[in-house]
Design a protein around this ligand. Structure first.
Ligand SMILES: C[S@@+](CC[C@H](N)C(=O)[O-])C[C@H]1O[C@@H](n2cnc3c(N)ncnc32)[C@H](O)[C@@H]1O
Length: 431
């Protein structure tokens, strides 16, 4: 049989193989990389994108079903990939008929040079699945009796961590949100393009969008090639709504000096730059060489003339000529990303209790090494895109108790299906 390497299912299996064999790869990066190096039409791209991400998002549930079908026998890794894809397609896409799922699976198995016995195993398990399909549909007792974290494919330890801060209904909403395809939230950079001009551009290119009047955001259901163009011209930036609302808590105004720590790639730098206007200055610090290049590029293309970039580690001593005191400090440290699981589907499987404790310590160290640079009367804004007590409420209490700063505003955004990206932010003032 001819090796049909352009068959979307063959591509899906290869992308998933790469992802599951390398714990370091992000699924989105593998997809982007593949799309950049291979010419595909938009329909195939969308299909590949939805299935690969869908399989990763729903992995715990899919594996539970496969384990039930195979009577808990150990299954080879490659065969697991085939089964996850076929069962995902059948459960989550009404448009693909059963016979097509099986025949496409076997065709792809040929492209992977699977043996006869491996193919008959796949045929047997998927056949068993289709014969019992009602058992695995959402209104069935078997499915409804599964622990909720299995049903929504979230590791038990995350579910338990969320029990520290959320009610059961909120945890379920959060898990559903983690399995949702997020919309694209786009903001214009006023210096480069006005809201009416961006709206006309989208209309001209027949790009469908909703406009969020309160937050002045364009909401698109999917990306398209024109977005890259607007980004490369520095006319727009993409940011989750929680991140947008969080950075807006910083009360910086024209003429203020702001220290931004953990600045790159610079989503929030743009807002800070526009707040301090012509007379103010943003000092953006980040220790990552690669990310700082992205920040510098963004500043250049968006003409942000009031931002100074420092490639520094805030945990080390800063150069003697680094400015002493600031009107405002914004700290956006590394976190476990557990409120951004729709955008980072693999984060839930890679996070561990130990990582969260280490991140919480890193966040404290970053605070200890920067908070003394705040002027009296100034504000300190702490932002995360996660939902764990260790990285949010415990840090808030640490800042209050250790440094006697008063909480002025607090924002906890719980991810929802409508807006699947959330997080935490707290604004403190030094008196
Ligand atoms: C959550 S990301 C920042 C996202 C960014 N604020 C934005 O909105 O685009 C955290 C950043 O902290 C930086 N970082 C981590 N440890 C650091 C340190 N010790 N000193 C300075 N930056 C650090 C990382 O390189 C990373 O870019």
């Amino acid at each position: 049989m001819k090796n049909d390497i352009n068959n979307p299912r063959f591509i899906i299996l290869n992308i998933l193989k790469k992802y599951y064999l390398n714990n370091d790869f992000f699924i989105q990066d593998i997809l982007e990389d593949y799309f950049q190096n291979n010419k595909l039409n938009e329909i195939d791209k969308q299909f590949i994108y939805n299935i690969t991400l869908g399989v990763v998002r729903n992995q715990i549930l899919l594996d539970e079903i496969i384990s039930d079908l195979s009577e808990k026998k150990k299954i080879e890794k490659t065969l697991m990939l085939f089964l996850r894809v076929s069962i995902f397609q059948s459960l989550f896409s009404d448009t693909i008929p059963q016979y097509a799922i099986i025949s496409e699976m076997l065709k792809t198995a040929d492209n992977f040079h699977l043996r006869k016995d491996q193919k008959s195993f796949l045929r047997g398990v998927t056949g068993g699945f289709f014969r019992n399909i009602d058992k695995y549909k959402s209104d069935n007792i078997w499915i409804n009796n599964l622990p909720k974290n299995v049903l929504y494919s979230h590791p038990l330890f995350i579910y338990k961590k969320w029990q520290d801060i959320l009610k059961e209904e909120q945890i379920i909403e959060c898990m559903k949100a983690g399995n949702t395809i997020p919309s694209l939230i786009i903001f214009n950079i006023p210096k480069k393009i006005s809201i009416p001009d961006l709206a006309s551009y989208f209309n001209e290119k027949l790009i469908q969008f909703n406009f969020d009047e309160t937050n002045k955001a364009f909401i698109l259901q999917r990306t398209n090639p024109f977005i890259k163009d607007l980004l490369s011209k520095g006319q727009i930036y993409i940011q989750g709504m929680h991140q947008h609302k969080a950075i807006d808590l910083c009360p910086a105004k024209d003429g203020d000096k702001v220290l931004e720590i953990g600045a790159a790639p610079g989503g929030k730098t743009i807002t800070l730059s526009s707040k301090v206007e012509k007379e103010g200055q943003v000092y953006s610090v980040d220790k990552s060489d690669t990310r700082i290049k992205m920040l510098q590029q963004r500043i250049k293309i968006s003409d942000l003339t009031n931002v100074l970039v420092f490639n520094l580690d805030i945990l080390k001593e800063l150069p003697a000529d680094f400015p002493g005191k600031f009107d405002h400090i914004v700290l956006d440290p590394p976190c476990s990303n557990l409120a951004e699981l729709s955008r980072r589907p693999e984060a839930r499987y890679r996070a561990t209790e130990e990582d969260i404790n280490q991140l919480s310590q890193l966040q404290r160290n970053m605070i200890d090494n920067s908070i003394h640079r705040l002027k009296n009367g100034g504000t300190f804004l702490y932002i995360t895109c996660t939902l764990t007590k260790n990285e949010n409420q415990d840090i808030r209490d640490y800042i209050q108790n250790q440094y006697h700063l008063k909480t002025e505003k607090e924002l906890q955004t719980i991810p929802s299906i409508a807006e699947p990206a959330g997080g935490f932010a707290c604004l403190f003032r030094k008196h």
